[in-house]
Each structure stands twice: as structure tokens, then as C-alpha cells.
Write a protein that binds this ligand. Structure first.
Ligand code: ATP
Ligand code: MG
Length: 269
């Protein structure tokens, strides 16, 4: 089971846009996909057509984490809360109450660090398990990020060409290195995905060179330009695989290219 964590503490860089479309892309090629919305803003949940305000907190991923804290069997706990979107992606929704998740984790044993890892270990042993899990994270460091990195196989950092992003990227790399070095998750990998690029802009070219100088080996080839479809499909509560607006074909192809790259890096299914 491959677990991809979309993370960067800079807001608005495309974590949610990439998370839901990466999930949909894996689903398109026939893999079984679970998307977990770990952000109290519930953007991914909303984008996939689920009204988080109509849910009880226990029906969201919070219910699964609470069960995990009580050592309840995770595969069953996940299954009872998953909803299947129109596009066939399985979703563990977020809930506004997750705003207090960092505090809740901080008071749990070991800061709740291994809760999600335990859920995935149980899930991987279940008969109807998933090939791919995608985590959408809030723009923050702290116990939720730590728990996610402890349970992931690869962290995906969307970077838009802005100076502030470099600082956020450095902070994320430090978090990844800590998780690798202290034995919590020594095999965790990191990939950088360029998003919101305007390839002909001089500023973006300079930024890109700066990234290459420092992180060339971690950058994936697929680069996501600024495209209206990635903004407008949110209002339609659809991924680009369902949405039919202009640019959709180009962006769909980019997501398929991206998951192909990930499968080369990580092996299939
Ligand atoms: N390549 C793109 N072209 C155009 N719009 C984009 C692109 N990528 C993302 N967007 C839009 O930019 C906005 C921010 O993206 P998104 O919500 O995915 O960022 P985020 O990193 O999840 O933000 P947050 O940190 O608040 O969770 C959204 O309106 C999204 O639709
Ligand atoms: Mg988001």
C-alpha cells in the first residue's frame, strides 16, 4: 500500500488540488484508492462533493483516529466511515472539530505519532484493502504532520514559484529528515511537485533554476501550469477527470504522467 502525503505549510500552494486529482488519477487506472482529508478546513471533502457540516464528527476521520486511540480494529473502523464519491474514490472526510486534533494528539501517548501508521498496518492486512492512500494535510507543522509522515511512504510537496515557498520547503525537508533519522519512518521519501507555473515568465524560470540547484534529485518531471480547470473544478465539486471545461484534457494528461512517475519510483500497486 503506497501512502502519499500532500504537505507544505505554505497555504494555497495546491495540496488539495493535487491530492484529489492524484487520487482520481490512480482510481482511473483501476487501482483502489482511499483519500483521507486531514485538514479541518475540509477542502478536499467539499471538493469531492461531501458536505462536512452535515456529518457528525464521529463519521469523519476523527472517528477512525478515536477508535485507533482505543485500539479498535482499524479496517472495520475505516470501512464504516468511508464514503464513495461519484467518481469511485473512497473518502474519509474531514470535520470542523478537527481544529482541535493537534491538541488531542498532543495529549495522547507518544503524541499520537503512530495512530495512522497502526490504521494502515491493519488496513493493509484486510482483504478489501487499498493500493493507494492519499493524505491531504493542513498548511501547518505539528502533531498532525508528524503522524502523517510517520505513516506515509512518500511525502509530496507542491511548490509554487514564490520565495516564501522555499522557506516552507526547507521546514518540510527538516521534518522529513527527522522522521527518517529518528527511526520513526526511515524509508520515507520526498518528491517536489511544481505547481502554478507560468513557464514563459522570467521570474518563474529563475525560481525554477534555484529549485534545481538545491533539489534536482527530488523534483518530479510533471509540472503543473496555472490552469482555470484546477480552480473551476472545485466549484463544480469535481476532479479534472470528471470536469469537462477547457484545459481539462491537458491537466488530466499531466496527472496521469505524474502517477506514472510515482509508480516508477515506488513500484506498481
Ligand atoms: N495549477 C493551478 N492553476 C490554477 N489554480 C490552481 C492550481 N493549483 C491550485 N489552484 C487553485 O489555487 C487555490 C489553492 O489551492 P489548494 O486549495 O489546492 O491549496 P492548498 O495548498 O490545499 O491550500 P491550504 O494550505 O489552504 O490547504 C484553489 O482555489 C485551487 O483551486
Ligand atoms: Mg488544502
Amino acid at each position: 500500500m503506497h501512502v502519499y502525503a500532500l504537505s507544505l505549510e505554505k497555504g494555497g500552494c495546491g495540496k488539495t488540488a493535487l491530492a484529489i486529482n492524484i487520487a482520481a488519477a490512480f482510481q482511473q487506472i483501476g487501482l483502489r484508492v482511499l483519500l483521507i482529508d486531514l485538514d479541518a478546513q475540509a477542502s478536499a471533502t467539499h471538493w469531492l462533493g461531501v458536505d462536512s457540516e452535515a456529518l457528525q464528527a464521529d463519521e469523519s476521520v476523527l472517528g477512525v483516529l478515536n477508535d485507533a486511540m482505543k485500539n479498535r480494529v482499524s479496517a472495520q473502523s475505516v470501512r464504516s466511515r468511508v464514503r464513495e464519491t461519484d467518481e469511485g474514490v473512497h473518502l474519509l472526510a474531514a470535520h470542523g472539530m478537527m481544529a482541535s486534533l493537534p491538541a488531542q494528539l498532543s495529549s495522547a501517548p507518544l503524541g499520537g505519532l503512530f495512530l495512522l501508521k497502526q490504521v494502515f498496518t491493519d488496513l493493509a492486512q484486510a482483504t478489501d484493502t487499498y493500493d493507494v492512500v492519499v493524505l491531504d494535510l493542513p498548511p501547518a507543522r505539528g502533531p498532525v504532520l508528524a503522524m502523517a509522515l510517520a505513516a506515509s511512504t512518500r511525502c509530496l510537496a507542491p511548490v509554487q514559484p514564490e520565495d516564501l515557498v522555499v522557506r516552507a520547503l526547507k521546514a518540510l525537508i527538516t521534518s522529513v529528515q527527522q522522521v527518517q533519522a529518528n527511526g520513526v519512518n526511515p524509508d520515507l521519501q520526498l518528491s517536489i511537485i511544481r505547481n502554478k507555473y507560468a513557464p514563459r515568465s522570467n521570474g518563474d524560470r529563475i525560481f525554477d533554476q534555484l529549485l534545481r540547484d538545491h533539489y534536482a534529485s527530488q523534483m518530479v518531471q510533471a509540472v503543473f501550469p496555472i490552469r482555470a480547470v484546477l480552480r473551476d473544478s472545485a466549484a463544480m465539486q469535481q476532479t479534472v477527470f470528471r470536469y469537462t471545461g477547457t484545459d481539462a484534457t491537458e491537466v488530466r494528461a499531466l496527472f496521469l504522467q505524474l502517477i506514472e512517475e510515482l509508480m516508477v519510483l515506488d513500484g506498481r500497486g
